[in-house]
Design a protein. Structure first.
Length: 450
């Protein structure tokens, strides 16, 4: 009995230590089993208390009265599947007649308390079927990306969502995006993860960094073109617009619109072209977009209008030509001048780190997900890297990118430097790689930058 007591104390102590220091290990060792039992045992009573049950059918009531049996209890949604994951549990429910997916979403906070989970989110899989994802611990406190991710062409993992799933940047589905964040909010780390994910792919990277290139020029070996001033940026954007026109002419000549060609084979963008004719897709990263929109003289105003016009053209027409925009900045508002709201309307993906003002949050989410505005301005300063991600569908998630130091990003870009294509239209803007890009000491790796 004494040996059993000692063993039990050791197991409980180990479980407590793991839960404090390594919550992921605790979840896999103890938490997932306890949580699954807790959900199964409490399920009916919790659903009844949360108002997620429906009265029994009339024929069941009539049958009970006719046979003098007890009245049937209200019925909760039927559990179709309970699947454990590395961060929590996934519960797939079949709704009863009269129930709605919004009922589950509205009760998510009550379900979280009742099942003693860290977070509960829900989504509709198909009509009448809802998937409830429950996390057993704070997965965003110490981000650990899964070893295997679903990486495809123009689709890269960049962060972890609060429900434990991976947040992908899919350029085929969401061609253009806006990323905002105040100083020391983690925006640059998010950008590094994006470049690190794109580096191994067959894609050309084009950067515009008006902070004299301090953010993007260390990664120059993987970039096909870089601009470090508004004047160079204007010329670079004009070259991209000219390339876009050339790609459209190529698509037009290869559309193959004849009677004997099936509709699925008619080319409408670069992804419908044969592999040997398909132009290289381009991702354009713009750091500090406000620097491109500010002006003080008439000459700078003309340059500003030229830049914004080119960006709007690329955002409106660039998708089919394989040109995708990543617009980043600390501040984004209508006071940046004409054309800014038109540009924003074309940026489907929205990501906002901690912001200093509500106006920027409204510019990011006010037109697609008003509920996300309050969440974006409530991000605490000590949680650098935490962000709100949404898109035009109206849904939004809390995400956090894993920490990637500048040295790690530089090493990765150097490793895949041979994948940086030489594009004739962008040859004048090809960065020269010298000792400047190799002198990034590891001591400069900061936890997160603006």
């Amino acid at each position: 009995m004494t040996a059993f007591t000692v063993a039990l104390v050791l197991v409980v102590s180990a479980a407590g230590l793991l839960r404090w220091r390594r919550p992921a290990w605790y979840w896999l060792a103890f938490g997932v089993t306890l949580a699954a039992l807790r959900v199964l045992v409490r399920y009916h009573s919790v659903m009844d208390a949360c108002g997620l049950t429906v009265p029994p059918a009339r024929w069941r009531l009539a049958l009970a009265r006719a046979t003098n049996r007890p009245i049937p209890e209200p019925r909760p949604p039927r559990i179709r599947r309970l699947r454990p994951t590395r961060t929590g549990l996934v519960l797939r429910l079949k709704l009863r007649p009269g129930q709605d997916v919004f009922d589950i979403a509205a009760a998510s906070d009550r379900l979280r308390h009742s099942f003693s989970m860290f977070g509960v989110t829900s989504r509709e899989v198909r009509s009448g079927v809802v998937e409830v994802r429950m996390t057993g611990y704070d997965v965003l406190k110490r981000v650990q990306m899964p070893a295997e991710t679903d990486t495809r062409a123009m689709r890269v993992p960049v962060a972890l969502r609060e429900d434990g799933s991976v947040h992908y940047r899919d350029y085929r589905a969401i061609p253009h995006a806006l990323t905002l964040g105040a100083t020391e909010s983690g925006k640059s780390v998010y950008q590094r993860n994006l470049v690190a994910g794109l580096a191994p792919l067959d894609v050309a990277l084009v950067g515009i960094d008006c902070k004299q290139g301090v953010e993007l020029f260390p990664l120059a070996r993987r970039f096909s073109a870089l601009a470090d001033s508004p004047d160079t940026a204007a010329e670079l954007l004009d070259a991209l617009v000219a390339r876009m026109a050339d790609v459209y002419r190529l698509i037009r000549t290869q559309q193959r619109i004849t009677v004997d060609v099936p509709d699925a084979e008619i080319a409408a963008d670069i992804w419908d072209l044969p592999d040997e004719l398909r132009p290289t897709p381009i991702v354009v990263l713009v750091d500090e977009v406000a620097e491109l929109a500010l002006y003080a003289t008439k000459e700078e105003e003309r340059r500003r209008d030229r830049i914004i016009t080119a960006l709007v053209r690329l955002a409106q027409l660039g998708r089919a030509a394989g040109i995708y925009l990543e617009i980043c900045g600390q501040r984004f508002g209508s006071e940046l001048g004409k054309g800014i709201t038109m540009l924003r309307a074309q940026l489907t993906g929205r990501t906002a780190h901690r912001l200093n003002d509500e106006t920027s949050a409204n510019m990011a989410f006010g037109d697609i997900a008003p509920d996300a505005v309050l969440a974006a301005i409530q991000i605490p300063a000590e949680l650098r890297g935490l962000a709100i991600a949404g898109d035009a569908s109206g849904g939004w998630h809390r995400i956090r990118a894993p920490h990637t130091s500048l040295r790690q990003a530089v090493n990765l870009c150097n490793r895949y430097a041979d994948r940086a294509p030489d594009l004739p239209e962008l040859a004048p803007f090809r960065p020269t790689t010298g000792t400047a890009t190799e002198r990034v000491p590891s001591a400069k790796a900061s936890p997160a930058t603006a």
